[in-house]
Design a protein around this ligand. Structure first.
Ligand code: CP
Ligand code: NVA
Length: 325
Protein backbone atom coordinates (compact mmCIF):
# COMPACT_ATOMS: atom_id res chain seq x y z
CA UNK A 1 0.00 0.00 0.00
CA UNK A 2 1.44 3.37 -1.01
CA UNK A 3 1.76 5.98 1.71
CA UNK A 4 0.52 9.47 0.77
CA UNK A 5 3.32 12.00 0.70
CA UNK A 6 1.88 15.31 -0.45
CA UNK A 7 0.55 17.64 2.20
CA UNK A 8 -1.94 20.23 1.07
CA UNK A 9 -2.57 21.72 4.48
CA UNK A 10 -4.70 24.83 4.50
CA UNK A 11 -5.51 24.72 0.80
CA UNK A 12 -8.86 25.27 -0.87
CA UNK A 13 -10.31 22.71 -3.25
CA UNK A 14 -12.66 24.58 -5.55
CA UNK A 15 -11.77 22.60 -8.66
CA UNK A 16 -9.65 19.57 -9.56
CA UNK A 17 -7.15 22.00 -11.09
CA UNK A 18 -6.37 23.29 -7.58
CA UNK A 19 -4.53 19.99 -7.02
CA UNK A 20 -1.17 18.94 -8.37
CA UNK A 21 -1.03 15.52 -10.03
CA UNK A 22 0.99 14.25 -7.05
CA UNK A 23 -1.55 15.80 -4.67
CA UNK A 24 -4.38 14.02 -6.47
CA UNK A 25 -2.55 10.69 -6.31
CA UNK A 26 -1.74 11.26 -2.64
CA UNK A 27 -5.44 11.76 -1.83
CA UNK A 28 -6.33 8.51 -3.64
CA UNK A 29 -3.56 6.64 -1.79
CA UNK A 30 -4.82 8.05 1.52
CA UNK A 31 -8.35 6.95 0.68
CA UNK A 32 -7.13 3.37 0.15
CA UNK A 33 -5.55 3.37 3.64
CA UNK A 34 -8.61 4.91 5.29
CA UNK A 35 -10.95 2.46 3.55
CA UNK A 36 -8.98 -0.51 4.92
CA UNK A 37 -8.81 1.08 8.37
CA UNK A 38 -12.57 1.60 8.32
CA UNK A 39 -13.31 -1.95 7.11
CA UNK A 40 -10.99 -3.43 9.73
CA UNK A 41 -12.57 -1.26 12.40
CA UNK A 42 -9.19 0.25 13.25
CA UNK A 43 -9.25 3.53 15.08
CA UNK A 44 -8.27 6.43 12.81
CA UNK A 45 -9.63 9.34 14.79
CA UNK A 46 -6.91 11.73 13.66
CA UNK A 47 -9.06 14.87 13.51
CA UNK A 48 -10.03 15.09 17.19
CA UNK A 49 -11.32 18.54 18.15
CA UNK A 50 -11.46 19.62 14.49
CA UNK A 51 -14.70 21.02 13.07
CA UNK A 52 -16.18 21.20 9.60
CA UNK A 53 -18.92 23.69 8.68
CA UNK A 54 -21.20 22.56 5.86
CA UNK A 55 -23.19 24.99 3.72
CA UNK A 56 -25.89 23.75 1.36
CA UNK A 57 -27.72 26.05 -1.03
CA UNK A 58 -29.11 22.95 -2.79
CA UNK A 59 -30.28 19.51 -1.59
CA UNK A 60 -27.89 16.60 -1.00
CA UNK A 61 -27.85 13.00 0.17
CA UNK A 62 -24.33 11.75 -0.55
CA UNK A 63 -22.29 14.90 0.02
CA UNK A 64 -23.97 15.77 3.28
CA UNK A 65 -23.91 12.25 4.71
CA UNK A 66 -20.37 11.38 3.68
CA UNK A 67 -18.85 14.60 5.01
CA UNK A 68 -20.73 14.30 8.30
CA UNK A 69 -20.02 10.60 8.79
CA UNK A 70 -16.46 11.14 7.58
CA UNK A 71 -15.76 13.78 10.22
CA UNK A 72 -17.35 11.57 12.87
CA UNK A 73 -15.16 8.58 11.93
CA UNK A 74 -12.08 10.84 12.01
CA UNK A 75 -12.94 11.89 15.55
CA UNK A 76 -14.00 15.39 14.55
CA UNK A 77 -17.28 17.23 14.35
CA UNK A 78 -19.42 18.76 11.63
CA UNK A 79 -22.20 21.30 11.62
CA UNK A 80 -24.77 21.66 8.86
CA UNK A 81 -25.51 25.36 8.45
CA UNK A 82 -28.93 24.89 6.93
CA UNK A 83 -29.64 27.52 4.31
CA UNK A 84 -32.89 28.64 5.91
CA UNK A 85 -30.88 29.77 8.96
CA UNK A 86 -27.69 30.88 7.21
CA UNK A 87 -29.25 32.73 4.26
CA UNK A 88 -25.91 33.03 2.50
CA UNK A 89 -25.51 36.54 1.11
CA UNK A 90 -29.00 37.61 2.29
CA UNK A 91 -28.84 37.90 6.07
CA UNK A 92 -25.12 38.57 5.98
CA UNK A 93 -22.51 39.03 3.23
CA UNK A 94 -20.63 35.97 1.99
CA UNK A 95 -17.32 37.46 3.06
CA UNK A 96 -18.55 38.21 6.59
CA UNK A 97 -19.76 34.62 6.88
CA UNK A 98 -16.33 33.42 5.73
CA UNK A 99 -14.55 35.62 8.25
CA UNK A 100 -16.80 34.46 11.11
CA UNK A 101 -16.46 30.79 10.29
CA UNK A 102 -12.67 31.08 10.25
CA UNK A 103 -12.81 32.04 13.94
CA UNK A 104 -14.67 28.86 14.96
CA UNK A 105 -14.11 25.95 12.63
CA UNK A 106 -11.14 24.41 10.81
CA UNK A 107 -12.60 23.88 7.36
CA UNK A 108 -15.71 24.70 5.30
CA UNK A 109 -17.48 22.63 2.66
CA UNK A 110 -20.05 24.46 0.56
CA UNK A 111 -22.56 23.42 -2.12
CA UNK A 112 -23.60 26.52 -4.03
CA UNK A 113 -25.48 27.62 -7.11
CA UNK A 114 -22.80 29.97 -8.43
CA UNK A 115 -19.14 29.04 -8.38
CA UNK A 116 -18.36 32.67 -7.68
CA UNK A 117 -19.90 32.26 -4.21
CA UNK A 118 -17.19 29.70 -3.39
CA UNK A 119 -14.50 32.04 -4.64
CA UNK A 120 -15.82 34.84 -2.42
CA UNK A 121 -16.02 32.52 0.57
CA UNK A 122 -12.50 31.22 -0.02
CA UNK A 123 -10.97 34.65 -0.53
CA UNK A 124 -12.56 36.06 2.62
CA UNK A 125 -11.71 33.16 4.85
CA UNK A 126 -8.34 32.07 6.23
CA UNK A 127 -9.48 28.45 6.51
CA UNK A 128 -9.72 25.99 3.59
CA UNK A 129 -12.91 25.85 1.55
CA UNK A 130 -13.98 22.67 -0.25
CA UNK A 131 -16.39 22.71 -3.16
CA UNK A 132 -19.29 20.34 -2.49
CA UNK A 133 -20.76 21.13 -5.97
CA UNK A 134 -21.17 24.34 -7.90
CA UNK A 135 -22.51 25.12 -11.35
CA UNK A 136 -18.94 24.77 -12.63
CA UNK A 137 -17.48 21.72 -10.92
CA UNK A 138 -17.82 18.80 -8.53
CA UNK A 139 -14.27 17.89 -7.54
CA UNK A 140 -15.15 15.65 -4.55
CA UNK A 141 -17.30 13.48 -6.81
CA UNK A 142 -14.52 13.06 -9.33
CA UNK A 143 -11.97 12.16 -6.65
CA UNK A 144 -14.30 9.33 -5.60
CA UNK A 145 -14.82 8.30 -9.22
CA UNK A 146 -11.10 8.17 -9.99
CA UNK A 147 -10.62 6.10 -6.84
CA UNK A 148 -13.39 3.76 -8.02
CA UNK A 149 -11.71 3.39 -11.44
CA UNK A 150 -8.38 2.69 -9.69
CA UNK A 151 -9.99 0.02 -7.51
CA UNK A 152 -11.70 -1.57 -10.52
CA UNK A 153 -8.78 -1.61 -12.94
CA UNK A 154 -5.77 -1.52 -10.58
CA UNK A 155 -4.34 1.62 -12.18
CA UNK A 156 -5.20 4.15 -14.88
CA UNK A 157 -3.22 2.64 -17.72
CA UNK A 158 -5.05 1.61 -20.90
CA UNK A 159 -8.37 3.00 -19.64
CA UNK A 160 -10.64 5.12 -21.82
CA UNK A 161 -13.54 7.03 -20.29
CA UNK A 162 -16.65 7.95 -22.28
CA UNK A 163 -19.02 10.58 -20.91
CA UNK A 164 -22.48 10.83 -22.47
CA UNK A 165 -24.95 13.61 -21.66
CA UNK A 166 -24.83 17.08 -20.17
CA UNK A 167 -21.47 18.85 -20.28
CA UNK A 168 -22.03 20.45 -16.90
CA UNK A 169 -20.32 20.46 -13.48
CA UNK A 170 -19.56 16.72 -13.22
CA UNK A 171 -18.34 16.51 -16.83
CA UNK A 172 -16.06 19.51 -16.30
CA UNK A 173 -14.39 17.93 -13.28
CA UNK A 174 -14.16 14.56 -15.01
CA UNK A 175 -12.29 16.21 -17.89
CA UNK A 176 -9.84 17.81 -15.47
CA UNK A 177 -9.33 14.62 -13.43
CA UNK A 178 -8.83 12.36 -16.46
CA UNK A 179 -6.50 14.88 -18.10
CA UNK A 180 -4.37 15.16 -14.99
CA UNK A 181 -3.91 11.38 -14.87
CA UNK A 182 -3.50 10.92 -18.63
CA UNK A 183 -6.77 9.00 -19.04
CA UNK A 184 -8.22 9.57 -22.53
CA UNK A 185 -11.75 10.96 -22.30
CA UNK A 186 -14.38 11.21 -25.04
CA UNK A 187 -17.49 13.26 -24.40
CA UNK A 188 -20.68 13.14 -26.37
CA UNK A 189 -23.11 15.98 -25.68
CA UNK A 190 -25.97 17.53 -27.66
CA UNK A 191 -25.35 20.85 -29.39
CA UNK A 192 -25.44 23.67 -26.86
CA UNK A 193 -24.70 21.38 -23.90
CA UNK A 194 -20.97 20.90 -24.37
CA UNK A 195 -18.59 21.13 -21.40
CA UNK A 196 -16.81 24.34 -20.45
CA UNK A 197 -14.42 25.61 -23.13
CA UNK A 198 -12.16 27.06 -20.45
CA UNK A 199 -11.90 23.73 -18.59
CA UNK A 200 -10.91 21.98 -21.83
CA UNK A 201 -8.43 24.67 -22.79
CA UNK A 202 -6.90 24.75 -19.32
CA UNK A 203 -6.61 20.94 -19.20
CA UNK A 204 -4.95 20.78 -22.63
CA UNK A 205 -2.51 23.52 -21.63
CA UNK A 206 -1.75 22.39 -18.07
CA UNK A 207 -1.48 18.63 -18.65
CA UNK A 208 0.61 17.56 -21.66
CA UNK A 209 -0.82 14.04 -21.29
CA UNK A 210 -4.42 15.27 -21.73
CA UNK A 211 -6.44 13.50 -24.42
CA UNK A 212 -9.93 15.04 -24.76
CA UNK A 213 -12.31 14.43 -27.63
CA UNK A 214 -15.72 16.05 -27.99
CA UNK A 215 -18.12 14.33 -30.35
CA UNK A 216 -21.79 14.46 -31.14
CA UNK A 217 -22.55 10.74 -31.59
CA UNK A 218 -22.85 8.84 -28.28
CA UNK A 219 -22.21 5.49 -30.01
CA UNK A 220 -18.92 6.78 -31.37
CA UNK A 221 -17.88 8.07 -27.94
CA UNK A 222 -18.67 4.82 -26.17
CA UNK A 223 -17.10 2.43 -28.68
CA UNK A 224 -14.33 0.48 -26.93
CA UNK A 225 -14.54 2.55 -23.72
CA UNK A 226 -13.82 0.95 -20.34
CA UNK A 227 -15.95 3.41 -18.40
CA UNK A 228 -19.28 4.88 -19.50
CA UNK A 229 -20.32 7.85 -17.35
CA UNK A 230 -23.47 9.94 -17.35
CA UNK A 231 -25.16 12.56 -15.17
CA UNK A 232 -28.63 14.00 -14.82
CA UNK A 233 -30.08 15.83 -17.83
CA UNK A 234 -31.74 18.29 -15.47
CA UNK A 235 -29.26 19.35 -12.82
CA UNK A 236 -30.33 21.13 -9.66
CA UNK A 237 -31.25 24.71 -10.49
CA UNK A 238 -32.03 23.95 -14.15
CA UNK A 239 -35.52 22.55 -13.57
CA UNK A 240 -37.22 25.35 -15.50
CA UNK A 241 -35.62 24.02 -18.71
CA UNK A 242 -36.76 20.44 -18.10
CA UNK A 243 -38.93 20.15 -21.20
CA UNK A 244 -36.36 21.39 -23.70
CA UNK A 245 -33.60 19.43 -22.03
CA UNK A 246 -35.48 16.12 -22.18
CA UNK A 247 -36.03 16.77 -25.89
CA UNK A 248 -32.37 17.64 -26.52
CA UNK A 249 -30.98 14.66 -24.58
CA UNK A 250 -33.31 11.86 -25.75
CA UNK A 251 -30.65 10.26 -27.95
CA UNK A 252 -28.11 10.44 -25.13
CA UNK A 253 -29.63 7.82 -22.84
CA UNK A 254 -27.25 5.17 -21.52
CA UNK A 255 -29.10 1.94 -22.22
CA UNK A 256 -28.17 -1.65 -23.00
CA UNK A 257 -27.70 -0.92 -26.68
CA UNK A 258 -25.27 1.92 -25.99
CA UNK A 259 -23.39 -0.12 -23.35
CA UNK A 260 -23.01 -2.98 -25.85
CA UNK A 261 -20.65 -0.74 -27.88
CA UNK A 262 -18.30 -0.32 -24.94
CA UNK A 263 -15.50 -2.74 -24.06
CA UNK A 264 -16.64 -6.08 -22.58
CA UNK A 265 -17.10 -5.58 -18.85
CA UNK A 266 -16.96 -1.79 -19.14
CA UNK A 267 -18.30 -0.23 -15.98
CA UNK A 268 -21.22 2.18 -15.82
CA UNK A 269 -20.75 5.24 -13.63
CA UNK A 270 -23.14 7.94 -12.43
CA UNK A 271 -22.63 10.52 -9.68
CA UNK A 272 -26.29 10.08 -8.55
CA UNK A 273 -29.05 11.02 -8.01
CA UNK A 274 -30.17 9.12 -11.13
CA UNK A 275 -33.30 9.81 -13.09
CA UNK A 276 -34.15 6.32 -14.21
CA UNK A 277 -35.72 6.21 -17.64
CA UNK A 278 -34.07 9.51 -18.60
CA UNK A 279 -30.26 9.49 -18.72
CA UNK A 280 -30.04 5.78 -17.77
CA UNK A 281 -32.25 2.71 -17.89
CA UNK A 282 -32.90 0.42 -14.92
CA UNK A 283 -31.17 -2.51 -16.59
CA UNK A 284 -27.92 -0.56 -16.89
CA UNK A 285 -27.88 1.10 -13.48
CA UNK A 286 -28.99 -2.11 -11.76
CA UNK A 287 -26.86 -4.32 -14.02
CA UNK A 288 -23.75 -6.28 -13.03
CA UNK A 289 -21.37 -3.65 -14.43
CA UNK A 290 -22.85 -0.73 -12.58
CA UNK A 291 -20.37 0.91 -10.20
CA UNK A 292 -22.72 3.60 -8.89
CA UNK A 293 -22.90 2.42 -5.29
CA UNK A 294 -19.13 1.87 -5.13
CA UNK A 295 -18.79 5.49 -6.28
CA UNK A 296 -21.22 6.59 -3.60
CA UNK A 297 -19.37 4.61 -0.91
CA UNK A 298 -16.04 5.96 -2.05
CA UNK A 299 -17.19 9.54 -1.52
CA UNK A 300 -16.74 8.73 2.18
CA UNK A 301 -13.19 7.35 1.98
CA UNK A 302 -11.89 9.91 -0.49
CA UNK A 303 -13.31 12.93 1.33
CA UNK A 304 -11.87 11.63 4.62
CA UNK A 305 -8.49 11.51 2.89
CA UNK A 306 -9.04 15.02 1.54
CA UNK A 307 -9.95 16.31 5.02
CA UNK A 308 -6.87 14.70 6.59
CA UNK A 309 -4.59 16.01 3.83
CA UNK A 310 -6.04 19.49 4.15
CA UNK A 311 -6.26 19.80 7.95
CA UNK A 312 -3.34 17.65 9.17
CA UNK A 313 -1.12 16.89 6.19
CA UNK A 314 0.01 13.64 4.61
CA UNK A 315 2.32 12.57 7.47
CA UNK A 316 -0.75 11.45 9.43
CA UNK A 317 -1.23 8.56 7.02
CA UNK A 318 2.09 6.95 7.99
CA UNK A 319 0.76 6.44 11.51
CA UNK A 320 -2.56 5.07 10.29
CA UNK A 321 -0.88 2.69 7.80
CA UNK A 322 1.34 1.29 10.59
CA UNK A 323 -1.74 0.25 12.55
CA UNK A 324 -3.26 -1.77 9.68
CA UNK A 325 -3.15 -5.52 9.91
N1 CP B 1 -23.38 12.91 -6.12
C1 CP B 1 -23.76 13.80 -5.20
O1 CP B 1 -23.09 14.81 -4.97
O2 CP B 1 -24.88 13.46 -4.51
P1 CP B 1 -25.74 14.43 -3.60
O3 CP B 1 -26.31 15.49 -4.50
O4 CP B 1 -26.77 13.57 -2.97
O5 CP B 1 -24.83 15.05 -2.57
N1 NVA C 1 -25.12 17.68 -12.29
C1 NVA C 1 -25.83 17.34 -11.08
C2 NVA C 1 -24.93 16.64 -10.13
C3 NVA C 1 -25.57 16.21 -8.85
C4 NVA C 1 -24.61 15.58 -7.91
C5 NVA C 1 -26.41 18.61 -10.48
O1 NVA C 1 -25.73 19.65 -10.53
O2 NVA C 1 -27.53 18.57 -9.98
Amino acid sequence: MKIPSISMTGRDLLAISDLTTDGLRSILEGAAILKVAHKQNIDHSVLKNKSLAMIFEKPSLRTRTTFEVGMLQLGGHSIDLAQEHLQLGVRESISDIGRNLARWVDIVMARVFEHNTLEKLASSSSIPVINGLSDRSHPCQILADLFTIMETYGDFRDITVAYVGDGYNVANSLIAGCSMLGIPIRLSCPKGYEPSRSVIEHSLKAYPQANIEIMRDPFEAVTGANVVYTDSWISMGLEKDAKSRIKAFTKYQVNKELMSRAENNAIFMHCLPAHRGQEVTDEVIDGPNSAVFEQAENRLHVQKSLLVHTINGADTFKHIAETLR
